[in-house]
Design a binder for this molecule. Structure first.
Ligand SMILES: Nc1ncnc2c1ncn2[C@@H]1O[C@H](COP(=O)(O)OP(=O)(O)OP(=O)(O)O)[C@@H](O)[C@H]1O
Length: 663
């Protein structure tokens, strides 16, 4: 929808940036005109204008976005005392978990709803705040204590989950963040094993190392035939592999498949994000809300029915110019003067009319037919079912998914409880909307056109999950994979404008690592890889800066691959299939300290020639253009460079990833 608005306005703006600004404004309780007044400059004015047009388009389509689901009720509560009283009376006790991840508007909603009875109980941990990019405000915890008179604060400092060593390791890491409250966790659990930090060759090798550890742990003392053994499969539930980005699951998935180890991929393509489910629900949504243009656009030419982009464009132009809905515009196709008005030829008009007639027929039938019959008819009548069946490769999976949706629709298809068919359809769609967006926050989630098989939610499988999604969960053994600089912390946190931005962004990445580490009950393994791949053209990685922040007395280092420049020979006995490590005795503390000091004290002259960028050096960047190095500092074998670009201003970059050319 936003792309269309930008095209109509004939302006160039980045969709992601505009949506982020609109979301931020809404989460901070600002309508478009209020947002306009909060800043200056061309970009701000443009985004404010786009926000206003976006809101008008939502209203035309009788729709709201997710942020409106907070903003609109809040505005109603604040402007209508009757509704406010009613709601305050209905919710006499309010409990909120993960309060550190609430935004400004959620805070206000809780405060207003609980203002009469004042029975508010919230739980949260500012050290686990990982959603600032969704406008979360960890300081809401302290603010609530300030605004609620007589509020009692209970410190929950005892961990019942993890071993002493894991708690100490995670606490040592998070102590590197600037924190408003320095919470000290303790546990009465056992001391436990040291946290294992393993260096591997490349992601495939890393996956292999992880699976080796799993296999060793689940292998029975006597009998059995490896993890394929039924008795052992239950064991696999105790393991989880955590990673920063969805894309990282590839290597681990492949290795699991290769070894026949069951895995459960969390955050892959979920049921409601699968293409056929979205298409089927779009058909039903138009029936309930004929002005829902997003849904109409989704299936107007799915399956292909000859209403191509050029025809759609003309329909949309007419719709926007005359301020009528897209479906109403399509219905004009029956009018004798339509060809002239819409600027469409006879063939195109016929196709538009035919589909518009089909949709109106569905709408009228929704008065008398319950959702399961209606869905069946919609899929057949629209040609969708035949279209799905044409694709040999995917038809089984897609039909199974549609069948599952029909089973759900059946739950809403009985006249026994006196609910009318149209109301039943609304109820069904409301149910699906709630589940369709639960926590689908992470990058990479929601692939649309190609469904990836998601292993069933059975027991007996390793969990593969992003760090963000692992929040709140716990496992006996946790692997944090890909602990490389640029991955964790993510490159986005490294390539920022200023030291303050860097500290804020890296602080959040550190909290993410902290969340990951505290998911482990007994064993924690953190791995990183020396190279980006096994190919000849691979690039060298740098270990995550977080690794050296974990107190060394809680760590055991294992070299599954030889680290260049380290004098000690790698204590590895490679098996024929993969690198099964023979544990290396720990460095003595003195030697380790010497090594670290050497590492951090490395000067610019020790770096590869192309990375030796000193103040005053002119450089060129593919995106930011030319600039001058203002400052540079070696960090962990890499170089943090501050560059003043003539067009784009000052940016802080990591030399290994920025691709800076000396000019
Ligand atoms: N009082 C208790 N006695 C024994 N075990 C407990 C107690 N409280 C919690 N646990 C156990 O400790 C573990 C962590 O508890 P819980 O998930 O409630 O913590 P949490 O504070 O929500 O953690 P996080 O926010 O880090 O996910 C669980 O396995 C839980 O069963």
């Amino acid at each position: 929808m936003l792309k269309l608005i930008l095209a109509d306005m004939d302006v160039e703006a980045k969709v992601g940036e505009v949506l982020a600004d609109i979301g931020k404004a809404k989460n901070n309780n600002m309508l478009a005109d209020e947002f306009a007044g909060t800043g200056v400059g061309h970009r701000h004015e443009l985004h404010a204008e786009i926000y206003a047009n976006y809101q008008a388009a939502l209203q035309r389509g009788n729709g709201v976005d997710f942020d409106d689901l907070l903003l609109k009720p809040y505005r109603v509560l604040m402007s209508d005392p009757d509704i406010r009283n009613q709601m305050q009376d209905r919710y006499q006790h309010i409990m909120v978990d993960e309060f550190q991840d609430t935004n400004a508007l959620q805070f206000e909603l809780v405060r207003v709803l609980g203002d009469v009875h004042r029975n508010i109980c919230v739980v949260g941990d500012p050290d686990q705040s990982i959603y600032s990019w969704r406008n979360a405000r960890p300081e809401n915890m302290e603010r609530l204590a300030e605004v609620l008179d007589g509020c009692k604060v209970f410190e929950l400092s005892e961990s019942y989950r993890s071993t002493k060593t894991i708690i100490a390791a995670a606490s040592g890491l998070i102590a590197h963040n600037k924190r408003a409250i320095e919470r000290v966790l303790f546990t009465n659990n056992e001391e436990g094993e040291p946290v294992e930090i393993g260096v591997t060759e490349h992601p495939e090798h890393e996956a292999s190392v992880i699976l080796d550890v799993v296999e060793r742990r689940v292998r029975p003392k006597t009998g059995g035939d490896g993890p394929g053994d039924a008795q052992l499969r239950g064991d696999l539930d105790r393991f989880a592999v955590l990673y920063r980005t969805n894309a990282q699951s590839r290597a681990i998935e492949t290795e699991c498949s290769r070894r026949g180890v069951q895995y459960r991929l969390i955050g892959g393509v979920r049921f409601y994000e699968r293409r056929e489910i979205k298409d089927a629900l779009a058909l039903l949504r138009i029936v309930v809300n004929p002005s829902d243009e997003t849904s109409l656009r989704r299936i107007i030419n799915v399956p292909p029915r000859g209403i191509g982009p050029a025809t759609l464009r003309k329909l949309e132009e007419y719709s926007v110019f005359n301020n009528v809905s897209l479906l109403d515009t399509m219905l004009l196709a029956s009018d004798p003067s339509a060809s002239h008005q819409l600027g469409l030829g006879r063939a195109a008009l016929g196709k538009v009319r035919s589909f518009a007639d089909f949709v109106t027929m569905l709408i009228s039938n929704s008065e008398k037919h319950y959702p399961s019959d209606l869905l069946d008819y919609a899929l057949k009548g629209s040609g969708y079912r035949d279209w799905v069946n044409k694709d040999e490769e995917t038809r089984l999976e897609r039909n199974e998914n549609l069948k599952e949706l029909e089973s759900l629709a059946e739950n809403y298809s009985s006249s026994d409880d006196g609910i009318e068919p149209r109301q039943a359809l609304s109820d069904l769609l409301e149910h699906t909307s709630l589940f369709a967006n639960v926590d689908s926050m992470d990058e990479g989630v929601g692939a649309d056109e190609t469904n990836v098989a998601v292993p069933s939610e059975t027991t007996g499988a390793i969990t593969l999950i992003t760090l963000h999604q692992a929040k709140g969960l716990e496992f006996d053994t946790v692997f944090i994979a890909g602990a490389n600089e640029g991955v964790l912390p993510h490159a986005m946190a490294l390539n920022v404008q200023s030291q303050d931005d860097y500290e804020a962004a890296c602080g959040e990445e550190r909290r993410l690592m902290y969340v990951g580490m505290t998911r482990a009950k007994r064993n924690l393994h953190v791995t990183w890889s020396l190279f980006t791949s096994s190919s000849l053209y691979r690039r060298q990685n740098v270990p995550s800066q977080f690794l050296k922040e974990i107190p060394e007395e809680n760590v055991k280092e294992v070299e599954y691959a030889r680290v260049p420049g380290r004098s000690a020979p790698p204590p590895i006995a490679f098996s024929s299939s993969s690198g099964i490590a023979v544990d290396r005795p720990r460095f003595s503390s003195v030697r380790r300290r010497e090594q670290r000091e050497k590492f951090t004290e490395q000067g610019i002259d020790d770096l590869p020639v192309e990375m030796q960028l000193k103040a005053g050096q002119r450089v060129k960047h593919s995106q930011f253009g030319t600039g001058v190095v203002v400052n540079s500092r070696p960090v962990n074998g890499d170089l943090r460079v501050t560059v003043a670009f003539s067009e784009e201003g000052v940016k802080m970059l990591m030399a290994s990833m920025a691709g800076l050319e000396k000019v």
